[in-house]
Design a binder for this molecule. Structure first.
Ligand SMILES: [Zn+2]
Length: 240
């Protein structure tokens, strides 16, 4: 199976679904991580060019930890828009992978506009990737993949429909997240006074409490995209 996870910024995917992606990888599935923007504003210490380069390398290291392939889309951090260029790029990324299942932010339900627009572009491109007369570099997809939305930051305005027990891959998730040294080390404390690593751990514990499965210490939560065509039984695509 091919799994394609989109994140607006380098580290979003690791933060929200690193444990689930590690489970897919452990089960032998092909995992791809597509990062929409270059993370170029995430520093008080570097220039935009420097921090974008650092974050690209960090994202590469995190993907390599689980043998995932990184797709660096390179839009400007905090200035992602739904326009012709971005729509075609999202369509082409989906066509380049031809995934069975995709993950993304939920459209227009998070604290950051790049998250919102990434979610909307994935939702839009999911169907358009199978429309032949929209031409991009890669060949049109033969089917529309299932799409799951992962939790918002702080799990605000988000009630999951499905939970994945990541107790056995939580350590890997943590290591993936730690690859983003420039973020948990400096940026998040400098800019917001919080530790993203602690937040990620707290959220995974809270989701485990919600899941209520005996022996589950850490979990990640999902909703399925309800837009047509609904794929019956698509929840079974989540790793067990
Ligand atoms: Zn983000």
């Amino acid at each position: 199976m091919k799994v394609l996870a989109f994140g607006a910024h380098p580290d979003d995917v690791e933060f929200q679904i690193g444990g689930t992606l590690a489970k897919y990888a452990n089960q032998g599935h092909e995992v791809y991580i597509a990062v929409a923007t270059d993370g170029c504003i995430g520093s008080y210490r570097h220039t935009k060019e420097e921090i974008a380069q650092i974050r690209h390398k960090e994202a590469q290291n995190a993907a390599e930890l689980i043998g995932a392939k990184l797709i660096w889309m390179g839009f400007e951090d905090e200035f992602l828009f739904d326009n012709r260029e971005s729509r075609l790029k999202f369509i082409d990324v989906i066509r380049s992978v031809r995934p069975d299942v995709m993950f993304s932010h939920e459209p227009y339900n998070d604290y950051n506009q790049d998250h919102d627009i990434t979610g909307y572009l994935v939702f839009t491109a999911r169907i358009l990737s199978s429309v032949k007369l929209i031409e991009t570099e890669h060949e049109v997809c033969a089917k529309v993949p299932a799409l799951f939305y992962y939790t918002t930051l702080g799990i605000i305005n988000f009630v999951p429909e499905y939970y994945v027990d990541i107790t056995d891959t939580f350590e890997t998730k943590k290591q993936m997240f730690l690859c983003h040294e420039s973020q948990h080390g400096d940026w998040c404390r400098d800019a917001f006074g919080v530790s993203y690593l602690e937040m990620s751990e707290n959220e995974s514990r809270l989701l485990a409490t919600q899941a209520g499965t005996p022996g589950c210490s850490y979990a990640e939560g999902f909703k399925i995209c309800k837009g047509w065509p609904t794929i019956a039984g698509a929840y079974k695509l989540l790793p067990q």
